[in-house]
Structure formats: structure tokens, C-alpha cells
Write a protein that binds this ligand. Structure first.
Ligand SMILES: [Zn+2]
Length: 265
């Protein structure tokens, strides 16, 4: 059995009712560290010291700018004894980029934490550090080349496979892997009237989902407001119609994979 949940489901523009897209697996693996990462963990009543492993997809601000706050909390609040190692899997130059980010945010304050408590791994595949029973593969996707965009396939020892596309438009590297995955966490960054190669939109996501009817797609990094948030819409409260094997996830939605079935908790 594997449990995972969405601590945030919004794109960079923070649609109403959504924090930045953030996937949490088994309460200890985060995919990315968006600006809202601390708010997301607080809302879920989890502490940053419970996070052992971070899988970074690419270097855009809505995916990484929360990193200094995550380790600031670990250093001064949730892991004052400095017992925790935070394992980061990321594309190249990770140590330099994350250290620069911390240095801009809190000059000098996080240097020791980065040196002593953060392990950076830039391998393209292997065991997921800091957790038991998971391996990963990272692969290039189509997004802004300046931010070294990647997606991941995470494989649990039970055989369960979950892909996280990161930010990407349709591409062969995603499509060639979808068929072997049980669940695909896919971004839906823009509406249909924004035709760009760097993001999925409802039409292109529908095409992909229709090609792979046995795979469950969970659409996150959404461009539209959460229509059930109870707040005044800000960007668009018009959710697109998508195939039956696509679920447009909401913040704080939890899932369980058990006996080859996906269950919403
Ligand atoms: Zn991006």
C-alpha cells in the first residue's frame, strides 16, 4: 500500500483555493519545494523535520523558492538538534543553485545547514535516498531549457509506479513512459486558449489520457480556481471537461494505492 497526497495543486499564479503544486508521498517525500511549502505543511499539521527527501523537477521559482524556508524551519524550529539529513535529488548544479537561494534569503544563516545536513544527488536514476523501498528515474521533458526541466518515475517495491511530469508540454519522453505507470501526476498549467509547447492544456492532456485509458491521470499545477473553495474566483472558475481517467485534484486530496486500485481517501 502506498499513500500520497496533494499539499497544493495550483500553478505559478496561485489560483483561488490552491497553493502551489506540491505532491507528498508517504508523509516524507516532497516533489519540489514551492513558495507555499511551509504553509502547505502547516495546514496539514506536518513539520519540516518529517521530510527526508525532496525530488526537484526544475528550477522555476514556483517549484523551488520555498527551499530556504524549509531548511530554515529545520535548523531553528523542528530539528534544532541537527539530527536530520535532508536528501535532495535534482538536476545539475543543485548545490550551487540551492545554496545561492539560501544565501539571498538569509545570508550566512543557512551555510552550515547546507553543508552538514543536506545531501545533493544529481544521478538520473537509483535508490531514493532517505526512504525505504523506492527507486526513481529522472528524464528530460519539454519546458524552458534554462531551468533544466525533468519529470520522474517513482517505483515502489510493491511494483506501484507513479510518474510526476514536472512542468512540460507533450513530449515523447512522457508518452513513452505513461503506459507502464499506474498513476501519472501531470501538470495542467494553461487553458486551451494559451497554445504553448511548454505546458499541457486540456486538449493535449485529453489526447494523452485517451491514448492510455488504463492509466489514471491526476491533473495538478492547475490554471483554474478551485470551484469549491468558497472564495471569490480570481483567475478562472471554469474547470475543463476531461476524460474519465483524469481527475483534477484539489488541495489536501489524499490517495491510496492498494491491491492495484487507486482510492481517494
Ligand atoms: Zn516551470
Amino acid at each position: 500500500m502506498v499513500r500520497f497526497e496533494f499539499l497544493g495543486t495550483g500553478n505559478a499564479f496561485l489560483p483561488q483555493g490552491r497553493y502551489h503544486s506540491l505532491l507528498l508521498i508517504e508523509e516524507q517525500i516532497l516533489v519540489d519545494t514551492p513558495p507555499t511549502v511551509l504553509a502547505s505543511l502547516r495546514r496539514r499539521e506536518l513539520t519540516p523535520s518529517q521530510i527526508n527527501t525532496v525530488m526537484i523537477t526544475h528550477w522555476h521559482g514556483d517549484h523551488i523558492f520555498g527551499f530556504p524556508f524549509l531548511i530554515l524551519d529545520q535548523k531553528y524550529i523542528s530539528d534544532r538538534g541537527s539530527n536530520l539529513i535532508l536528501n535532495i535529488h535534482c538536476p545539475s548544479n543543485g548545490r550551487e543553485k540551492l545554496s545561492n537561494l539560501c544565501e539571498i534569503a538569509y545570508p550566512g544563516s543557512l551555510t552550515d545547514r547546507m553543508k552538514n545536513n543536506v545531501i545533493i544527488n544529481e544521478d538520473l536514476s537509483g535508490d531514493m535516498l532517505g526512504v525505504d523501498g523506492w527507486v526513481f528515474e529522472r528524464f528530460e521533458v519539454v519546458h524552458d531549457d534554462f531551468v533544466d526541466p525533468h519529470g520522474y518515475v517513482f517505483t515502489h517495491k510493491s511494483g506501484f509506479k507513479i510518474m510526476h511530469t514536472g512542468d512540460s508540454g507533450p513530449c515523447e519522453s512522457i508518452e513513452s513512459r505513461v503506459g507502464s505507470c499506474d498513476v501519472v501526476v501531470i501538470e495542467l498549467g494553461v487553458p486551451d486558449n494559451v497554445v504553448v509547447p511548454t505546458h499541457f492544456r486540456p486538449e493535449t492532456l485529453s489526447e494523452l489520457a485517451n491514448k492510455f485509458p488504463k492509466t489514471m491521470f491526476l491533473a495538478t499545477h492547475h490554471y483554474a480556481d478551485d470551484i469549491n473553495s468558497g472564495k471569490k474566483p480570481y483567475l478562472s472558475n471554469d474547470l475543463p471537461n476531461l476524460p474519465d481517467n483524469v481527475l483534477q485534484v484539489r488541495d489536501e486530496q489524499k490517495f491510496e494505492w492498494k491491491d492495484t486500485k487507486l482510492k481517494i481517501l
